[in-house]
Design a protein around this ligand. Structure first.
Ligand SMILES: [Zn+2]
Length: 499
């Protein structure tokens, strides 16, 4: 089956056909590095990381570009407020952002261009727009004239009359209310480090032109996929299209993917400042990653189809924690019963499923293949990671049932063990297309020697209590451990524990 994608530009689902067969270029609008990221800033990178992994698995060569906006009015204001320089602030916030991306396992980005390092590209694009009569100089500023672009508004479906929202303080210097700045002249009070040379005097680029210039530098004047949050559709993306297509005379991006925003459950909190601040603190990306780990946050983010809003709450995270641990319990169970690790090199194609002794287990094979087909059908349908993750979750349930049916924990046939192992490897390979299960989880079982001995004492005490029919004591030990984040699992060969 071929991949179909929803394109904001045409407002419908279309077959995915890259401009150049076999090659895909993706540009995602990255962060403006003036303050720490919240969970919403992770949606785009994680989703497009999954999209790239999936396209690569289908044989495409993919170039994935995410820009860093390190020249912007917001940076100037924030640096002044923090009594620091724009480069220092940008460097510090970028470092935190990159650290978060690493924790989330977003490692497929090929290039992360910074606006401050592409002023030359930006200036030449503005010159081209002036030459074509689509931009004009006003004072030391340069504006794009929206009346010179016949199809302005085609991406967001807005007409030029609707542009009054864009009127800014420099409005009286503009020809039309909807015109937007390509270049902003330096103000006397602004620091030296944000003054760049240009034919129109010292100043800095507007935000929109940065993305137009950097995307064409690394992906060409026409490329396949442009992504970003739905909040960037207008004016940012509309203005990118206008600038790029007017400058090149070519189609800018063939497909536009807009992801949903993160919604915090605000019903329960009033709008008072302190509570809103508290809510925002809870959404801080690096704080969430420290608390929950990158894989859980990734699993949480891909559990919603990317175009839909993501509901953020502690309860949602907890439910995903349980979902994810179900996978890990299965991996442990299979490693224990089959006596070998399921973690093999992600780069190597695993053929365990293909070479498994399938003929003896027809019903199981049919079910496993069925779940895998549903996984691929969901991914082919506009990268529906939510549907695909659900199919994979059902697969864990089916494999667990097979282990019980074949009594693998207390023996069972070698052929059945090979089947359980192969099916689990298949499940893992599907999860890896979502960027999950790439490495064994950090020592969740008895990593620390001291903790291991203490756990052995508690498990022993609980076993003795049970034997003496003091079930209230046994249950209390178990409940208190659960509260502390430790799960006990009674197995035929004794009690195991995991964090
Ligand atoms: Zn952008």
């Amino acid at each position: 089956m071929s991949i179909r994608v929803y394109n904001t530009l045409t407002q419908r689902k279309e077959p995915f056909e890259p401009l150049e067969p076999g090659n895909v270029g993706i540009y995602l609008c990255g962060p403006t590095v003036y303050k720490p990221s919240h969970i919403g800033h992770a949606v785009g990178p994680v989703i497009f990381d999954v999209i790239k992994r999936y396209l690569v698995s289908k044989g495409y060569a993919v170039r994935f570009v995410v820009n860093i906006t390190d020249v912007d009015d917001k940076l100037i204001d924030e640096a002044a407020a923090q009594n620091t320089t724009v480069p220092e602030l940008a460097e510090r916030v970028t470092a935190t952002y990159l650290d978060s991306m690493a924790k989330l396992g977003v490692d497929t980005i090929d290039i992360m261009p910074k606006a401050s390092e592409h002023i030359g590209d930006i200036v030449s694009m503005i010159e081209k727009l002036i030459d074509r009569g689509a931009a004009y100089v006003s004072g030391g500023d340069v504006y794009f004239d929206v009346t010179q672009d016949d199809d302005y508004g085609k991406l967001s479906n807005r007409k030029q009359d609707d542009q009054t929202a864009q009127r800014d303080v420099a409005g009286e210097q503009k020809r039309n209310a909807g015109d937007f700045a390509l270049w902003k002249s330096a103000k006397p009070e602004e620091p030296e480090e944000v003054r760049y040379k240009s034919p129109w005097g010292d100043g800095r680029p507007g935000w929109h032109i940065e993305c137009s210039a950097m995307s064409s530098r690394y992906l060409g004047e026409s490329f396949d996929i442009h992504g970003g949050g739905i909040d960037l559709l207008f004016p940012h993306h509309e203005n990118e299209v206008a600038q790029s297509e007017t400058a090149s005379g070519k189609v800018f991006a063939k497909y536009w993917f807009h992801h949903g925003l993160t919604r915090f459950n605000t019903k329960k909190i009033s709008k008072s400042d302190a509570e809103m601040q508290d809510a925002l603190k809870k959404m801080d990306l690096s704080g969430l990653l420290d608390k929950h780990g990158g894989e859980l946050m990734r699993y949480f983010l891909i559990s919603t189809q990317y175009r839909r809003p993501i509901e953020f709450s502690d309860a949602e995270i907890e439910s995903k924690r349980k979902g994810l641990s179900n996978f890990y319990r299965l991996f442990e169970r299979v490693e224990r019963t089959c006596g070998k690790t399921v973690y093999t090199d992600p780069a190597r194609i695993c053929t365990a499923w293909e070479s498994a002794p399938k003929s003896e287990f027809d019903a199981f094979v049919k079910d496993v293949d069925g779940h895998a087909e549903r996984f691929f059908a969901a991914m082919d349908d506009d990268f529906n990671t939510a549907g695909a993750a659900a199919a994979n979750y059902e697969l864990t349930t089916r494999i667990n049932r097979f282990i019980e049916e074949e009594k693998l924990e207390s023996g069972g046939s070698e052929a059945a063990k090979a089947m359980a192992y192969a099916a689990t490897r298949k499940l893992m390979d599907l999860g890896r297309l979502h960027g999950l299960f790439l490495v064994p989880p950090e020592s969740t079982v008895g990593g620390d020697e001291m903790v291991g001995s203490l756990m052995a004492i508690l498990i022993d005490a609980r076993a003795k209590a049970k034997k003496a029919k003091q079930f209230d004591i046994a249950d209390a030990i178990r409940d208190q451990l659960t509260e502390a984040g430790v799960t006990l699992e009674d197995r035929p060969d004794g009690t195991a524990w995991r964090v």
